[in-house]
Ligand binder design. Structure first.
Ligand SMILES: Cc1ncc(COP(=O)(O)O)c(C=O)c1O
Length: 445
């Protein structure tokens, strides 16, 4: 096994890589490396086994090292390494779009390919604005996001996003016509609720306030994550998403669900839109689409949106947008193999089967020192720790380091621990993941 493990670089060789969303100096002083992965586990370069409690970064839904994906990628790169999708096509891109349309929410059967969640979000926002223009409402350019929302790091996603550190350094570069709904996290009312919180549906009415302020005729779209992940797992109160849908319908505003983390089985159905029975107009995805193996994103649009663009001369390009690597053949091959695995192993609904056990085990942490909230849905979990005075994030980061020492990978954002294991997780691994987290919390002052 060790023969396949890439050795760790010398400390002196760590300088050049400017690491994303990382405390570079802390990391380079105390590197934490992963060198191999299979099933539910990573291995460090030294050969230490680490249980993956976060599916890499919410993306490896079918578990690591899936042979079918490796083989599909290898075969495709041998047959055709690249083909453009501008004014040309290649067969498996069409095959993949049809496969995706077949598992999508009702009539969301038009698919635009990207290479990441951030690109999916920017694509969705551009489609929304261009859609209104195509049907003679070009004045609808305003976008509504939500506080604590995360929609990637493009200028569009950053502007509709609501995480302060992602915004403050770029404040002067935000899109001009953007506003934000208030977020839905309220520990005062909803601490330790199981599944969706029952308090807070009325928070959706905040959209009416923004409409009254800006006028509906200026608003193109509202974008929300059905369940937010990056800001620390934000759940929609019961009825909240339906209410947003009603208000959008009333005012002819498009509703965009950012399903980059909720897509592909995380909530117990293929998409959260299906789980919560609320159909958006546009839906963004990435991550689980290829099981994380090859970068790829997909934006799903209602057919009526696609059709609105299909006018004018037939030889004219309808949407001036796309990426060199949109529908990259190797990514398409990875996605098709991933969908085969999801289907064969029932992974797109497995979170629903496991969710009760997941909830019970997660909530057993209640009562551990400094735990102020626990939240869960599908195979998503969050544990909020009380921040240390004057040192926000320090307590959770220490828990993260302790878990890694104990052979478990978790993710922290601020003082929230977020869990999102691969959907292949077994009972004993749920116990180990949550047991180790509880132990680390108890050992942290
Ligand atoms: C909801 C959501 N949207 C967009 C993104 C950005 O995706 P990427 O990092 O692939 O650009 C993420 C990443 O975590 C996300 O959680």
């Amino acid at each position: 096994m060790n023969a396949r493990i890439t050795p760790a670089p010398a400390k002196t060789d760590l300088d050049a890589f400017w690491m994303p969303f990382t405390a570079n100096r802390q990391f380079k002083d105390h590197p934490r490396m992963l060198a191999r992965a299979e099933g539910m586990h990573y291995w460090t370069p030294e050969g230490r086994e680490v249980l993956d409690g976060v599916a890499g970064l919410w993306c490896v839904n079918a578990g690591h090292g899936r042979r079918e994906i490796t083989e599909a990628v290898t075969k495709q790169i041998g047959a055709m390494d690249f083909a453009p999708s501008f004014q040309m096509g290649h067969p498996i891109a069409f095959q993949l779009a049809s496969r995706l349309a077949a598992i999508a929410p009702p009539s969301m059967d038009r698919v635009f390919f990207t290479n990441s969640g951030s690109e999916s979000v920017d694509t969705a926002l551009k489609i929304a604005i261009a859609y209104h223009r195509a049907r003679g409402q070009g004045q609808r350019t305003r976008l509504i996001g939500r506080e604590k929302g995360y929609h990637g790091v493009g200028f569009g996603g950053m502007s509709v996003g609501g995480m302060v550190n992602n915004r403050k350094f770029f404040a002067s570069a935000m899109l001009p016509s953007v506003d934000h709904l208030s977020h839905t996290l309220d520990i005062g009312h909803n601490a330790f609720s199981r599944g969706l919180p029952h308090w807070g549906m009325h928070l959706a009415n905040d959209l009416e306030r923004l409409i009254a302020l800006h006028d509906a005729s200026t608003i193109a779209a509202v974008i929300v994550e059905p369940i937010g992940g990056s800001a620390g797992v934000l759940l929609p109160p019961v009825g909240y998403l339906k209410r947003l849908r009603e208000i959008c319908d009333k005012h002819d505003i498009l509703l965009i669900f950012d399903e980059v983390i909720t897509g592909f089985g995380r909530t117990g159905k293929p998409f959260a839109a299906l789980t919560f029975e609320v159909t958006p107009d546009i839906m963004t995805t990435a991550k689980g689409l290829t099981n994380g193996a090859i970068p790829m994103g997909a934006v799903f649009a209602q057919r009526k949106i696609y059709d609105a663009f299909m006018q004018g001369p037939e030889n004219a390009i309808e949407l001036f947008h796309g990426y060199t690597y949109s529908a990259h053949p190797v990514a398409c091959a990875a996605a098709l193999a991933t969908l085969d695995i999801y289907e064969r192993e029932g992974l797109l609904t497995r979170a629903a089967t496991l969710s009760h056990e997941w909830e019970e085990t997660l909530h057993s942490i209640r009562g551990a020192p400094h735990v102020v909230d626990i939240r869960n849905y599908g195979l998503i979990g969050a544990v909020d720790l009380e921040p240390r005075v004057g040192k926000p994030g320090a307590r959770a980061f220490e828990v993260f380091l302790k878990c890694f020492e104990k052979g478990v990978l978790i993710r922290v954002t601020g003082d929230t621990v977020a869990l999102s294991p691969p959907l292949i997780i077994e009972s004993k691994q749920i116990s180990r993941l949550i047991g180790t987290l509880a132990e680390a919390i108890r050992e942290t002052a």
